[in-house]
Ligand binder design. Structure first.
Ligand code: ADP
Ligand code: MG
Length: 325
């Protein structure tokens, strides 16, 4: 007995949320949402396409997680409090096992961040998931890309490059699962980082009112840094001797390849941000152990990106297509 569209929605995408600001959620023509007075509404959307953003055969639970995580990462990068999500799901078949796994991945992340799924659309078609997330921020406290100043310290959270290494491992392994028995423990950790990015919402919150600029790293650290610098009309020096190469990344890729995955690989969903130099200690005490952050370099007045290793200038990889400078 095939699952109809309306039964599909009510069975998998109609979990109650405890949020008091959802006046009307899934079920009507549109959701009714109470925006807190005095706050700015923050809106972002991101689409995942099978074969482009995730490999065919990826566990549905991971797809559900990723689809929301990439949007929560945009909220984190703005310093916003995520609140609500809408989801457009295009799927070739209404497979119950798949839907159950997908909904599980989606809701377990949504519940951790108190995000309510308040509506969406469901259609038959190629596997494509589009989520829109809405959140709030105090006017004047949003983290933007255009506020970096020469002299600011440049930071990145976590362990960029691990997700890209995880994707390479998945592509060369036979299965699209972190549980693949042929993988070593550190390799599984890298695959997990690719399949289950953790949005840096708490870090975004801690950076509000402290960072001069921020963005999330989704398309590769250097390319995204170039965007931040272009928006802020400045440049940056990257200290190649300080790159946070994690032990797992080093073991999987070796130093040289690890550095290029870190600087150019995608899908990190870490935050890149700038702080006035005298705010660094304060941030470290505010963060406690919520999230590791690493000093990466310094914002400079001259446009473009430069590399240095132990104070000696060194060409950055990919600097050839420096059309942002
Ligand atoms: P309409 O007839 O207005 O297009 P739909 O039949 O598309 O409404 O959807 C019915 C209800 O289910 C709406 O409230 C819609 O927001 C919600 N909905 C549809 N698909 C999804 C989904 N994938 N996730 C969450 N809510 C959904
Ligand atoms: Mg509709």
């Amino acid at each position: 007995m095939p699952l109809g569209e309306f039964e599909l929605i009510s069975r998998y995408f109609n979990r109650r949320s405890s949020r008091g600001d959802v006046v009307l959620g899934v079920g009507d023509d549109a959701a009714l949402l109470q925006v807190p007075p005095g706050k700015l509404l923050v809106a972002a959307t991101d689409t995942l396409v099978e074969g482009r953003h995730f490999l065919s055969g990826t566990a549905p639970e991971a797809i559900g997680h990723q689809a929301l995580a990439v949007n929560l990462s945009d909220m984190a990068a703005m310093g916003a409090e995520p609140a609500w999500a809408l989801m457009s799901l295009s799927t070739p078949v209404a497979d119950e096992r798949w839907l159950e796994g997908f909904a599980e991945g989606l809701y377990s992340l949504a519940e951790r961040y108190d995000v309510a799924l308040v509506g969406g659309d469901t259609v038959r078609g190629p596997l494509v998931v589009t989520i829109e997330v809405l959140g709030f921020v105090e006017p004047g406290l949003a983290l933007r890309r255009d506020g970096a100043c020469p002299g600011d310290a440049l930071y990145v959270s976590g362990w960029p490059g691990e997700a890209a290494a995880g994707l390479e491992i998945l592509k060369s392994a036979q299965s699209s699962s972190a549980a693949d028995a042929s993988l070593s423990e550190p390799q599984r950790g890298l695959v997990h980082r690719f399949l289950h990015p953790e949005p840096r919402v708490a870090l975004g919150r801690a950076l509000r009112g402290r960072a001069t600029s921020a963005m999330d790293v989704s398309d590769g650290l250097l390319g995204d840094l170039a965007k931040l610098c272009a928006a802020s009309q400045c440049g940056a020096r990257v200290d190649l001797d300080r790159l946070p190469v994690s032990p797992a990344l080093l073991a999987a890729a070796g130093q040289q390849r690890a550095e290029s995955l870190l600087l150019q690989g995608g899908d990190d969903y870490e935050l890149l941000f700038t702080l006035p130099p005298d705010r660094a200690d304060e941030l470290e005490s505010v963060l406690g152990d919520t999230c590791p952050v690493h000093r990466l370099g310094t914002i400079e007045p001259d446009r473009g990106l430069r590399g240095a290793r132990h104070g000696v200038e060194e060409k950055l990889p990919g600097a050839g297509f420096d059309h942002f400078a």
